[in-house]
Design a protein around this ligand. Structure first.
Ligand SMILES: [Zn+2]
Length: 410
């Protein structure tokens, strides 16, 4: 037996006035999602807990079967893992931007005109901190002006604040400890020394002479945010013996899946935005499924539309996801495959942010106890046979259907 978990990022919503009191899921044409609900068992899911708006990083950990309240250690490490950076337990990783600051440390361009950060790679390969020579520092440009910073050494903590002011026209911030631990104090001190050192190193890069001659501000700083350690989890492969694969573009999702022991795949044309090629992802799932027990398919777009406050765009993305699910319905051998369709959180298109309402869930497959629900939406699924579960409870339900769960007691 095999399983596919389809996660639509921010797919769920609240009823919207502009849709005559319907949610985008209720307003969309989605015969394939409805078919999954009709053939399967449905429910609603509090991804973290009732009324708790989930961040995408914590939400995906929950859907992978982990308790985010216990294992979550910030976003930076997940993102670095997803970008291909190698991490060990205890490392502290940040996401960051190359940026331009003036002599007073005021940020004049948070993205440094979207400079290609890899030009600095060589310059930043050997970093030694005078006050913390025991700490290994890696600055790794990822995409465009983005980068990851990894600190490796004894006694570090992810409980430190950002140096990124998140806005132009503000001073680059000093990192401060977010708890009273010695490790947090030490890490904040390291971050501040590193920030200063990087400003000196980058100012000397030849590109900045050119930029100044052209009247552009020099790319002379790195802004850090989202400190994190790899989550405290055991790979699913070790615990349950499942071979897992992840088809996703979003770095945090890829990072969570990678740390959970999944192989990572992308798909041509998958962008992580509203224009993403959903069908292309389904084709990858079809191709790799024979090699795996479990495929985690994450699809972005609906969340972006909600953050932009655009319900009609959200409906379009839902209809695209529906076609993707339709492709899978047609191509996969359902006599030996289960499929769950759900969301990682509710994103309110009115509020343009994540909210704590539960998400709908439909699960079909050879031996599910199908219920009476015949459409896939926030309200219809609430009447389903799975009732109301927590995000971390989905994975055990699926693993049990795959015959991978051990009996409790004797
Ligand atoms: Zn999300």
């Amino acid at each position: 037996m095999k399983a596919i978990i389809v996660v639509g990022d921010g797919l769920a919503d609240r009823p919207l006035k502009s849709l005559s009191g319907r949610t985008p899921l209720e307003a969309a044409l989605k015969e394939n999602l409805d078919a999954v609900a009709r053939e399967g068992v449905c429910g609603i899911m509090d991804v973290i807990g009732p009324g708790r708006p989930p961040g995408s990083d914590a939400a995906n950990l929950a859907l992978l079967g982990y308790d985010p309240l216990e294992c979550y250690r910030g976003r930076g490490a997940l993102e670095a893992l997803g970008a291909g950076v190698d991490l060990r337990p205890g490392d502290v990783a940040f996401r960051g931007n190359f940026a331009c600051v003036d002599e007073d440390g005021v940020v004049v361009d948070r993205r440094a005109g979207r400079v290609e950060g890899s030009i600095f790679s060589e310059y930043l390969s050997e970093i030694r901190l005078v006050s913390h020579p025991d700490v290994e520092v890696k600055v790794l440009p990822t995409l465009g002006h983005r980068l990851a910073v990894v600190l490796r050494g004894e006694g570090l903590s992810w409980k430190v604040s950002d140096t990124d002011p998140h806005r132009d026209g503000m001073r680059i911030l000093r990192s401060i400890p977010l708890d009273g631990s010695q490790e947090a104090w030490r890490t904040a001190d390291i971050v501040n020394e590193l920030t200063q050192l990087l400003r000196e190193l980058m100012s000397r890069h030849p590109i900045n002479r050119e930029r100044v001659e052209m009247g552009l501000p020099p790319v002379n700083a790195i802004l850090l945010r989202g400190a994190g350690e790899p989550p405290a989890i055991r790979p699913l492969k070790e615990t349950y013996g499942v071979r897992g694969a992840c088809v996703a573009v979003t770095p945090t999702v890829r990072g969570a899946c990678r740390w959970a022991g999944f192989d990572l795949y992308t798909a041509p044309g998958a962008t992580g935005g509203v224009d993403t090629d959903a069908l292309s992802k389904a084709k990858v799932v079809e191709r790799i499924l024979p090699e795996y027990d479990l495929v985690y398919l994450h699809i972005k777009g609906a969340d972006n539309a909600s953050h932009d406050g655009d319900p009609h765009l959200k409906i379009k993305v839902i209809e695209k996801i529906d076609l993707m699910v339709g492709y899978l319905l047609e191509k996969i051998d359902w006599s030996e495959t289960y499929m769950a369709v759900t969301a990682d959180h509710t994103t309110s298109t009115r509020a343009k942010e994540h909210v704590g309402d539960p998400v709908p869930l439909a699960l079909k497959g050879p031996e599910v106890r199908a219920d009476e629900v015949d459409s896939f939406s926030e309200r219809s699924c609430a009447r389903g046979g799975l009732g109301r579960i927590k995000g971390k409870e989905l994975m055990p339900i699926i693993l049990d259907l795959l015959g991978k769960m051990e009996i409790f007691g004797s």
